[in-house]
Design a protein around this ligand. Structure first.
Ligand code: MN
Ligand code: MN
Length: 264
């Protein structure tokens, strides 16, 4: 199975700073840049596993935008490709998970982030980038949710997580990840602010004390199930330094492309 690379440059559901709308074409260009090779750590030419690109124009209205995202992911799955989405802010994960639910039923989710994104609403918006996993749990899109790198969780989000069996691990608890919960169908969502700002400074909400790039790659290598989709979100090019965060995003996207590719 090949991979459809999707770009959703949406940042109007961000609570603080705009910028992630600019990220998808930057990550895409780094994937094809002569500055690094086309190969994943496992030796797969990741440029060759992409069978389709879809970076749609997004409407102004958030609900309309979620529909475009949902439809693009459904279309990729129906064409026989596995969807890898480039954000955009983290609000894009909710319509993606809705499309996955239609195809696979509830999925298990590995979620790398500094924040649980489990607010019931944020500044009056129930579809804010602070809320996607609350919506996804409520609508039955998620079976097990395992969050890693969390270091900015409000009491209300912790209570929501406890009520719904969410595993919420800090960046110091990588060795406690319950891999047995991350079985098929597995989805991976990477908010780049889950990494330490030393590795990924180009995000809207930097939280020191996070994961290293190596931590994330090691987590990938320990997953037992092959993912059926993934996203990499919250790159804010306006806050990046010498493309440092964009290059981390491209590295992680390369590894995810290799993981999503299934040899026929
Ligand atoms: Mn997030
Ligand atoms: Mn975050």
């Amino acid at each position: 199975m090949t991979v459809a690379l999707l770009g959703f440059g949406w940042d109007k559901s961000s609570s603080y700073a705009r910028g992630p709308a600019l990220a998808p074409p930057i990550i895409r260009s780094l994937l094809f840049s002569d500055a690094s090779s086309a190969y994943s750590l496992s030796g797969i030419n990741v440029r060759e596993v992409i069978s389709a690109f879809n970076f749609p124009e997004l409407p102004e209205d958030a609900a309309d935008c979620r529909k475009v995202i949902n439809d693009a992911v459904s279309e990729a799955i129906q064409s026989g490709a596995q969807p890898l989405s480039l954000g955009g802010d983290h609000s894009i994960s909710y319509p993606i998970l809705c499309a996955l639910k239609q195809a696979y039923g509830p999925v298990n989710v590995l979620h790398i982030d500094a924040h649980p994104d489990l607010y019931d609403e944020f500044e009056g918006d129930r579809y804010s980038h602070a809320c996607p996993f609350a919506r996804a749990i409520e609508t039955g899109c998620i079976a097990n949710l395992v969050q890693v790198g969390i270091r900015s969780a409000s009491p209300a989000q912790r209570a929501f997580g406890n009520r719904h069996g969410v595993v919420m691990l800090g960046a110091d608890a990588v060795d406690q990840i319950p891999y047995a919960k991350l079985t098929a169908p597995l989805y991976i969502t990477i908010d780049l602010d889950g990494l330490d700002p030393a590795f990924a400074p180009g995000v809207s909400h930097p939280e020191p004390g996070g994961l290293s790039t190596r931590d994330v790659l090691s987590i990938f290598s320990r997953l037992e199930a092959a993912p059926i989709g993934a996203d990499v979100v919250e790159l804010n090019p306006e806050r990046d330094v010498n493309l440092a965060t964009a290059m981390v995003a491209a590295r992680l996207v390369k590894e995810l492309l290799a993981m999503l590719y299934v040899k026929q």
